[in-house]
Design a protein around this ligand. Sequence first.
Ligand code: SAM
Length: 305
Amino acid sequence: MSRIREIQKKKKIKKVKNNMKRVSSFANQKGILYVVSTPIGNKKEFSLRAQEVISSCDFVASEDTRTTGLLLSEFGIKKPMISCHEHNEKEASMKIIELLKDGKKIALTSDAGYPGISDPGEKLIKLVIENDIPVSIIHGSSAFLGGLLGSSLSTSKFYFHGFLNAKSSSRKKELEEIKSYPMTLIFYESPHRIMETLNDIYEIFGERNLTIARELTKIHEEYIYTSTSESLTLDSSTLKGEMVIIVEGCRKMEKIDEKSLKELLKSRLKDKTVSKKALAKEIAEIYNYRTNEIYEMIIKLDQKD
Ligand code: SAM
């Protein structure tokens, strides 16, 4: 029996990808995809390394060739551009893969911040890796990390959600699913939906600490330290520009009575996407139980159904 099968059997692992590979980013001088973060406001955050890397590339693939073109021209860089946006990412990716296989160096950018973070890029990056072509990330500005750090909420464990659904009913459903997460929660939002979203956050999460990080790195940068209920009193006309909403995670609760706990577990068990172990861990953390205790309860409830 192979070593990997032996480990899988011992650990009762049924299905894994047995195709480990180690890709050294700079070992060969052939094609490479650089994923380059661009400023989220203040242009001085466009790092020297980002400029140097882009200057060394054969092409720049960008979400909006005009936006990136303007940024590059401010730094005296001119490069052939490839358009790679939400609506053509698949086709553009095929073209980019061909160029990379041909030994070309390509920089991927989005309009601001990191490509692939609430911006196009994820599909291309995945495909490049699948094609055994190295990917290297050129670090820089990130709206959600800056927002989190300045939020005064816990940074030890956090969950990044990105944009919530534009439709209120779907948005509430999304919030309902993550309501019990104990870690700090981070959302992106646009100014025209901010009040609706704050309303839904309060309705679903109840009372918690909340911070709005607005216009980061720009002249009107502002942090609003408030709570979910108090945020509803904000004047929407003062909430212009770009925003990150950071919300305190679900606080640990006192033990609930057994009947309510069983009802909660029964309803959560309907969600087949969450494993029993993960559910046990989550509920145990929230209600101050031991994970094993909850896990045993889950198994019994599952057998009854
Ligand atoms: N790729 C970007 C990143 O790495 O953060 C995110 C792009 S996403 C399309 C745009 C959203 O990011 C905005 O609606 C806002 O929620 C957030 N954002 C971007 N720039 C920001 C800034 N300067 N201040 C606060 N939030 C910002």
